[in-house]
Design a protein around this ligand. Structure first.
Ligand code: 4NP
Length: 167
């Protein structure tokens, strides 16, 4: 891709009200802190449509708020043609990844689709960000810790792969 193009990244979970909005919020904050807001654009979406238009779950908002982050995204459903718009699509768990890979050609999945915890330096072999929706408040803290560990690695990957590609 040409060097001045904006890099578009989308985090995808099931409902787009818990995990992926947090990843969007934290990653966008890192991007802004590095002065890259004009170069890297971050969004999120869900594979399901139940919560379209809603703000993040109040429990996810509370966890984000106590860590100094406000989440303001509105849920939307990932569409097949989003694969044309995004350079990197990061699935929060294997079920999300499987759903997304059914929506695109195998070469598109190979090129653009990644699993979130593949960027988690402490994943300990666990490939999924656990879905906190039906659990207690602790689950939201676990999600926060995972997302906080992986987002800097994702940003490093985006910079290396898309902003300073090897000559
Ligand atoms: P998320 O969590 O995928 O992290 O946004 C969920 C939100 C809603 C539902 C499941 C998971 N739900 O079944 O409505």
């Amino acid at each position: 891709m040409e060097p001045s193009k904006t890099v578009n990244v989308c985090f995808v979970c099931l409902g787009n009200i818990c995990r992926s909005p947090l990843a969007q919020g934290l990653c966008a904050r890192l991007v802004a802190e590095e002065g890259l807001a004009g170069r890297i654009h971050i969004e999120s979406a869900g594979t399901g449509d139940w919560h379209v238009g809603k703000l993040p779950d109040s429990r996810m908002q509370a966890t984000a708020n106590k860590n100094g982050l406000r989440l303001t995204s509105r849920a939307r459903q990932f569409r097949r043609d989003d694969f044309d718009r995004f350079d990197l699509v990061v699935a929060m768990d294997r079920a999300n990844e499987a759903e997304l890979s059914r929506m695109c050609a195998p070469e598109t999945a190979r090129e653009k689709l990644k699993l979130f915890r593949s960027f988690d330096p402490q994943c300990n072999g666990d490939p999924d960000v656990p879905d906190p929706y039906y659990g207690g408040n602790d689950g939201f803290d676990v999600v926060f810790q995972i997302v906080q560990r992986a987002c800097p690695e994702i940003l490093k990957h985006v910079k290396t792969r898309f902003l300073d590609p090897p000559a």
